[in-house]
Design a protein. Structure first.
Length: 426
């Protein structure tokens, strides 16, 4: 099989890496890929934009691509799946209609309410004045969300009414472009977050191992939100009992309601959950794709060949497959970022990998990297590398990742030293 992976992050490097572990996979093409996928055996990059649907389709047809796997939400929301399917290609990832579950928070909220999925109480506004008076009446803390895709930056967890008003103002002044035509205002939930990514063929839905992300830039979960600074799996907070509830109270309800709306959703349904101190479960958001960096810690533990699962989703025969099988142990990833991220940072710093950066238990997934003209790996984004390790337990996996990261350096490199801090005592 030849597979084309759309995207250029650590998630896509991990998808390509996992696919290539199967004897069934001859070649992976990443569009546009990064420095890691450029230098991996049997993998090549194709320098097209992720929303160049015609270019991607033409290449895939000419090169006998058997399966297209779409990483990021933007091409999904723009309808890459609908287009490539119309060209006769097999595509993993929902069509434009299904991708609304991530691309519009108001749409997702309405779906959750209709399905009876537990979620934060919310109201949707189209004008600032009404939103502001609602916030005034509700009081703080309160959560303000731009409706559309905002690269993870559209949510403000406001500790004061004034902060919430400012966030509303910014959204309606167009800070997020058309993502800000609606604002969703939500009750602020407290607890611990966990990501449950599930594979679905539109009829059957099967969860992958639960993972926990570290969204904030600073140690102790402080500072600004980022795309994610580290992750681990399987997250102990998601006990088998909790996962059973996620299955019936969230995943099955979501798929049934999508189906009742005439949406044939095949791909990943990612539920971002908040677990309260009392064990209550609520959905914070749905995503229509694999999580990043969650995928980087889930895939190393997957024992079932990935392409079997992806094809079963695309061909709507997931129920025929045996249960997904997993390796024992744990996985953790630490993100090395460019200094300044998630604010401004500079690119093009040469990355040095010393001998200390080699460990059989560790895989380095590249995110914002590229090969320069001198064939050096240089930084090319905010999140640069995902140092990913497996071990018999979390202590081992985390120790491996941190030992390897000490062997890597580039100017301004930053990483959190406390990945896994919530695991203490678990
Ligand atoms: P979202 O993109 O909706 O998941 O929001 C991004 C992040 O904002 C989440 O991962 C949470 O950390 C936080 N967040 C979102 N909604 C809420 C909420 N209702 N209460 C508390 N925190 C929230
Ligand atoms: N790690 C969060 C996300 O993929 O949205």
């Amino acid at each position: 099989m030849k597979v084309l992976v759309v995207g250029n992050g650590g998630r896509e490097h991990a998808l390509a890496w996992k696919l290539l572990q199967s004897e069934q996979i001859e070649q992976v093409v990443c569009v546009p890929g990064n420095g890691g996928t450029a230098t991996m055996e049997s993998c090549q990059n194709l320098p097209l934009a992720v929303d160049d649907f015609e270019g991607i389709g033409e290449f895939a047809l000419k090169n006998d691509i058997n399966l297209v796997v779409v990483g990021p939400e933007v091409p999904l929301a723009k309808g890459i799946t609908d287009y490539l399917q119309s060209q006769g290609l097999q595509v993993f990832g929902p069509g434009r209609a299904g991708a609304q579950i991530e691309a519009s928070k108001a749409w997702a909220k309405a779906l959750m309410q209709e399905a009876g999925i537990p979620t934060a109480k919310a109201a949707v506004f189209t004008v600032a004045a009404a939103a502001k008076s609602y916030v005034q009446a509700q009081g703080a803390p309160i959560v303000v969300k731009a409706d559309g895709l905002a690269a993870g930056k559209g949510v403000t967890v406001a500790q004061t009414v004034a902060q919430a008003q400012e966030a509303i103002e910014a959204i309606f002044q167009g800070q997020f472009g058309s993502a800000g035509e609606f604002v969703v205002i939500e009750e602020c939930l407290i607890g611990e977050e966990v990501s449950v990514l599930a594979l679905t063929d539109g009829l059957t839905i099967r969860p992958l191992l639960p993972a926990q992300d570290h969204k904030r830039i600073g140690e102790g979960d402080t500072g600004e939100n980022t795309g994610g600074m580290g992750a681990y799996a399987p997250a102990p907070i998601a006990t088998p009992e909790l996962m059973a509830r996620v299955q019936t109270e969230v995943l099955e309800k979501a798929i049934a309601t999508l189906k009742s709306r005439g949406i044939d959703y095949r791909g990943v349904l990612y539920a971002g959950l908040m677990i309260s101190p009392h064990g209550d479960l609520k959905v914070l958001e749905f995503n229509c794709r694999f999580g990043d960096p969650e995928t980087q810690v889930i895939l190393p533990l997957l024992a079932t060949p990935l392409e079997e699962l992806l094809l079963a989703c695309v061909q709507q025969r997931l129920s025929e497959l045996p249960p997904i099988s997993w390796k024992t142990g744990a996985a953790a990833t630490v993100v090395a970022a460019s200094g300044g991220y998630p604010g401004a940072y500079t690119k093009g710093k040469v990355i040095n990998f010393t001998d200390q950066a080699i460990d059989a238990a560790v895989t380095i997934f590249h995110a914002g990297t590229k090969l320069n003209q001198q064939q050096q790996i240089v930084t090319d984004g905010g999140r640069v590398l995902n140092i990913t390790a497996t071990g018999e337990n979390f202590t081992q996996a985390i120790a491996h990742a941190y030992s390897v990261i000490k062997g890597i350096n580039f100017e301004g490199m930053y990483y959190r030293r406390d990945i896994g801090h919530r695991l203490a005592g678990k």
